[in-house]
Design a protein. Structure first.
Length: 73
């Protein structure tokens, strides 16, 4: 599987993803008044960003022809 997420894109995903996961969890337990839809959206988007940053592969990037990884491997 060819990597297509790297550089600042990967770093941003690895920072923003877990933050969104924490925000979503906080909303689920009621610490943040985000609502159910907002909590679920934050959890889903956070999980997607964290996973794609960790594995350096994003299906949406592949679909759009975007490659931010300087070295494939």
């Amino acid at each position: 599987m060819q990597k297509n997420v790297g550089g600042m894109d990967r770093k941003a995903r690895l920072v923003v993803g877990p933050i969104l996961l924490l925000v979503g969890l906080a909303a689920v337990v009621g610490a943040i008044p985000l609502g159910t839809v907002g909590a679920i959206a934050a959890l889903v988007v956070g999980a997607i960003l964290a996973v794609t940053g960790a594995v350096q592969r994003c299906p949406l990037n592949a679909l759009l022809g975007v490659d931010t990884c300087p070295i494939d491997g």
